[in-house]
Design a protein around this ligand. Structure first.
Ligand code: S3P
Length: 186
């Protein structure tokens, strides 16, 4: 049972969707940011404030590496996990990479009033979201599938991912059949 990695910009619903998806598929669930906070025994905001983003990225990479050794997990990743090509490689080798997307306005609404994301604790979060989203677009595009969640409920997004992961099973069965046929011709 390979893992399912949920990536995508902050506020696209990776954690909420991930928890429901894990229930539906009877997978385990882990939120990478929670794991980092547990290991570091401090909040992400404190890590950024005291040791800076490069340190955070280092421990994020280490945490992902550890999780990628496990099987049958839905992993809700932090929005910046895709910026490291080794992270993309580790996720693709050990699972399916699904990116949740949303419009800048939808994200702005969802993160309003929240203060636990250091990158959005700025005077003009709308501009920041816009700039970061444009800069990160090519990284998110490397996912196996991108789902726009702007107008979807958690249940609808879970349904889409569920279908997608079931479809990939069907394809495997088909190609196995084809192999069997080729073999029997010999
Ligand atoms: C980040 C996203 C956050 C968290 C950190 C950095 C990012 O996770 O990892 O604040 O660079 O996009 P969420 O996407 O779960 O908010």
């Amino acid at each position: 049972m390979k893992n399912i990695y949920l990536v995508g910009f902050m506020g696209t619903g990776k954690t909420s969707v991930g928890k429901e998806l894990a229930k539906a598929k009877k997978y385990h669930f882990v939120d990478l940011d929670d794991l980092i906070e547990l290991k570091e025994r401090r909040r992400i905001t404190d890590i950024f404030a005291k040791d800076g983003e490069p340190y955070f990225r280092k421990i994020e990479k280490k945490a992902l590496k550890e999780v990628s050794r496990e099987k049958g997990f839905v992993v809700a990743c932090g929005g910046g996990v895709v910026l490291d090509k080794d992270n993309i490689k580790a996720m693709k080798e050990t699972g399916k990479l699904v990116c949740l997307g949303a419009s800048c306005d939808a994200i702005l609404k969802r993160v309003a009033g929240q203060t636990h994301r250091p990158l959005l604790n700025v005077p003009n979060p709308k501009k920041q979201i816009d700039v970061l989203m444009k800069m990160r677009a090519p990284y998110y595009a490397q996912a196996d599938k991108v789902i726009d969640t702007s107008k979807l409920s958690i249940k609808q997004v879970v349904g889409k991912i569920n279908k997608l992961t079931q479809e990939s099973k069907k394809v495997k069965v088909k190609s196995k059949d084809r192999k069997t046929k080729v073999k029997s011709k010999k």
